[in-house]
Design a protein. Sequence first.
Length: 384
Amino acid sequence: MNYSTYNKQNPFLATIRNRYQLSKSGSQKNTQHLVLDLRGSQLTYEAGDSIGVYPKHDPELINKTLIAARASGEEYIQSKQTGETISLRDFFSKQGNITDVSQKLLKELYNRQTNLDKKHQLELLLDENNRVALKAYLALHEVWDLLLFHVEVHFTPQELADLLMPLLPRFYSISSSQKYVGEEVHLTIAHLEYETNGHKRRGVCTHYLCELVKLHNPEVPVFIQPSHSFRLPEDLHAPLVMVGPGTGVAPFRAFLQERVLHHQTKGKHWLFFGERNRSSDFFYEEDWRLFEQHGHLRLDAVFSRDQEEKVYVQHKMFEHGEELFKWLEEGAYLFVCGDAERMAKDVEITLLAIIQEFGKKDFQEAREYVKRLRQQKKYLRDVY
């Protein structure tokens, strides 16, 4: 039970005690391990929970947005979220979303745009039949470059602030067990960087945590987001199958810390991990190898770019489908964490195929089998 006074409305200012790269030289990713210090917060969490983080925008992005808005940042506005009077610079820093363009802003640009070509372009984007085009357009732009393109339109600082979406907290699966690490939270974070329209873009919160926040400085606003479904079984010795490619492996580090290092369970654990390259992206390899050596873990790691044909976790699952089905029949709990868009769907398709092939069932029977696993809370997903 969490008896702390700190929560979503009143976050605790945590310190980053440690931060280092998990991805090694040659990786196309920048994945980092962070240790947050919770001392003095009385915050408690369970393996499977997430932590909410209120980020701040990069000062460089704030300056670009102020220039595009023809503002100095010293102007005062009233925040819709809090009702407080705040400088525009501070509002852009921690309250207004200046990376994602709101439809409200697009509509107001359309209403005020005097350039007929640009007005027509906005009209097409806002047409209900063009949702795919609108989504693609929004993915390519941030507030500053949109304002610069529509230079004919001018907003007052208050008008612009009112047209922005709020800067919301981001959530990360916790990769530690509090029973094992105490007043710390460990995180596994992929620092998101990409280019659109020739401009470098960064994930707001990943950049904040991985690059902007100074170590040993109590400044990261956090709160615990409990998971009521993604939980370890009460039976400490029940077998677990865990599917966690990339940063989706985070909660499974917490699971093993809790079950093996804290409770010293005799239960079986099977982890399917996937990433791009073994030499540079095998996150927490030393941890897994230790669990493996002591007979606590069966590890199947697959690296999609290490051979000509791309291989993913679901391929490895099917390869061991006969044994995997046997585990399920013996009462194993199946946990899946990571990308909802593709990975989780592919894993479920593979799960159905395994049940049909090795359980000798037709498609409808396989669907019923998966439904039963869900009802028994033996097939649990944390996907995003």
